[in-house]
Design a protein around this ligand. Structure first.
Ligand SMILES: Cc1cc2nc3c(=O)[nH]c(=O)nc-3n(C[C@H](O)[C@H](O)[C@H](O)COP(=O)(O)OP(=O)(O)OC[C@H]3O[C@@H](n4cnc5c(N)ncnc54)[C@H](O)[C@@H]3O)c2cc1C
Length: 577
């Protein structure tokens, strides 16, 4: 990735305040559209008001999935596209997207079989969800298999009776009648995958000359679209408050749950969006981790919501809720949501005890769903659409909806519509293009051994393998930045000070929390203390130009973010009641 310090974050945009396309929003969908257009040689700029991937894209359940439950809403187009994209991501981003065995525990045989077709055909999601029994789930999985199998590479689903189910998952609720198992995929590091997507775009459009203005793909975080006057977008540096004008032939509004707010700032208010809030908790609970047997347990809770318990990075992710919310609602996991999560774990694994002391992290966000009036949140379409408009002679495209899983296909659509307006041809397709550190990623043991051997003898095998798992083949860039004897962070010895300094100078890091929440898994896995924050701030200070005062400010800011948005109190395990 091209190096950019926080201080010169905006240099490239200010030096040449024009692009063919200006994208508002650095969530996965804005970033993927940026990459897609950069790969076509289009002069494209992206601005993100906070850090990249800090909106809805930071709140996902980490599933790359077709969305079997969307079948009952009749969303066959979306499910087909999503499973195709899932299969592509397993190949194009094998460093971050892996197949995942998913098991549905089922407690009844026929429930829901009568109500489901009515829900789909008549009630349009206005009735209360009912329990889905084995027959209904079987029908769903048969349809899912027909979409999903990737020429036979993805195994068909399997149904098991009670005794076989309990043998595979001994801690499962004894009332279980069947389990259904099938393959979907997980992304264990969505934030890093998104940063790879950004890096691909920046590298492609980095320009032949030496000046920042030569680049044809430029992106800046902590930069907001603040207004639109006399045919010019007003961009605001959200760190300093400085504003400047920027012109573009096309503006792509990819601001997720904030799409209507961005259109209002552009002077064209819309009412496209109607988000719902979802939260997750992360548990450090070896017994529960073991009970999942490495699978995602995906099931229906007593209120009809589909929820999950999911092993991730030696922790267990439990989610999620679906509550009507505005984009700027305070996105914090509430006590009521925590109680709901405990209840659902008790429903599936009744002999496992969990309490608030096991929670190491919580996160929450708003889904960018279309406005849905009286439709229940769980039944709102998860499909996306693109709305067209004009601001004088400037074409605008607003994205409404869009899941993580479908980001490439969605970006392809957005890019094609943009190319058509610009009269430009598509030069490259991205269906088989590897993403970031997925390029040349060794998938089998022999290839892995060879890749590790090629990195030379300056670093030990375990370090190389750890970084390969963390960054894919971009680990070679990180290794090149490490001395032969790198310094581990005292509280988290699997991260090195020099590694964090490399990330800080090469990945647009502005604040300490950018590193803790989105460049690394430090916050997600828990155990961060005030010593961790002080040490990480010191490790990156030289690269980010932070004096002692700024380091202290950054530690305070990160402490407040962890406390207020993620319910993490430094040095204290668990969250309070
Ligand atoms: C609880 C939950 C669970 C989910 N689970 C899954 C899952 O398992 N699998 C899956 O595929 N999908 C999942 N999703 C859906 C998925 O995460 C989102 O649909 C997707 O990330 C949306 O990405 P986006 O880029 O469109 O929006 P966002 O990620 O929200 O990005 C929009 C960005 O625009 C920025 N912005 C807003 N206004 C401005 C402005 N004026 N100027 C500059 N920038 C601006 C925001 O700061 C934000 O970063 C889940 C979502 C939630 C909330």
């Amino acid at each position: 990735m091209t190096a950019k310090h926080s201080s010169d974050r905006l240099t490239a945009l200010r030096a040449r305040p024009h692009a063919e396309v200006l994208i508002i929003g650095g969530g996965i969908n804005g970033l993927a559209t940026f990459r897609e257009l950069a790969l076509q040689g289009i002069d494209v700029a992206l601005v993100e008001q906070n850090d990249y991937v800090s909106g809805a894209s930071a709140a996902s359940s980490h599933m790359v999935h077709g969305g079997i439950r969307y079948l009952e809403n009749g969303e066959f187009r979306l499910v087909r596209e999503a499973v195709q994209e899932r299969n592509r991501l397993i190949k194009n981003a094998p460093h971050y997207v892996k197949p995942l065995l998913t098991t549905i525990p089922i407690f009844s045989t026929f429930s829901g079989i009568i109500t489901a077709p009515f829900r789909l055909l008549i009630t349009h999601g206005r009735g209360k969800p009912r329990e889905r029994g084995a027959v209904l789930i079987k029908i769903g999985l048969l349809i899912y298999d027909t979409f999903s199998r990737d020429g036979g590479q993805v195994p068909r689903h399997k149904f098991h009776g009670r005794s076989q189910s309990i043998r595979a998952l001994p801690r499962l609720n004894g009332g279980v009648k069947y389990t259904a198992s099938y393959y979907d995929a997980s992304m264990h590091d969505p934030e890093r995958l998104a940063l790879d997507v950004l890096a691909d775009g920046l590298t492609t459009g980095s320009g032949a000359g030496t000046g920042a203005e030569d680049a044809t793909a430029r992106a800046a975080n902590y930069t907001a679209l603040a207004g639109f006057t006399d045919g010019k977008a007003i961009l605001r540096d959200t760190v300093t408050g400085d504003e400047f004008s920027f012109t573009a032939r096309t503006i792509v509004n990819a601001s997720g749950p904030w799409t209507d707010a961005t259109n209002a700032a552009l002077g064209r208010p819309t009412q496209y969006m109607g988000g719902t809030k979802g939260s997750h908790i992360v548990l450090d609970h070896p017994e529960l981790l073991e009970a999942t047997a490495g699978r995602e347990i995906f099931f229906e809770h007593s209120d009809g919501r589909i929820v999950l318990i999911y092993p991730l990075k030696d922790r267990v992710l439990v989610g999620t809720t679906d509550i009507e919310a505005k984009a700027d609602a305070t996105n914090v996991c509430t006590d009521a949501e925590i109680d709901y999560f405990f209840d659902l774990v008790a429903h599936v694994f009744p002999t496992i005890t969990i309490d608030r002391s096991h929670i190491v992290y919580t996160f929450s966000g708003v889904r960018p769903l279309p406005r849905h009036d009286d439709t229940l949140p769980g039944f709102v379409s998860r499909d996306y659409r693109i709305e067209h408009g004009w601001l004088g002679s400037v074409r605008t495209l607003s994205l409404v909806g869009g899941k993580w899983t479908t980001f490439r296909a969605l970006a392809e659509h957005l890019a094609d519509e943009t190319l058509a307006f610009l009269g430009a041809d598509r030069r490259n397709h991205t269906r088989t293009t590897p993403i970031g550190g997925g390029a040349g990623f060794p998938t089998g043991p022999a290839a892995r051994k060879l890749w590790v051997a090629k990195q030379g003898s300056q670093h030990d095998r375990l370090t190389i393998e750890m970084l390969l798992d963390r960054y894919g083949t971009r680990a070679s860039e990180v290794l090149a930045a490490l001395p032969s004897d790198p310094t581990p962070i005292a509280t988290h010895p699997d991260y090195f000070r020099e590694e964090l300094a490399f990330l800080a100078r090469s990945e647009h890091v502005v604040h300490l929390d950018d590193l803790l929440l989105r460049r690394t898994s430090l916050a997600f896995r828990g155990g961060v203390t005030s010593e961790t924050l002080t040490e990480v701030a010191a490790a990156v200070a030289a690269d980010l130009g932070w004096d002692e005062h700024t380091q202290r400010e950054e530690v305070e800011r990160a402490t407040a973010t962890l406390r207020d948005a993620h319910r993490v109190t430094l040095g204290k395990p668990g969250v309070g009641g």
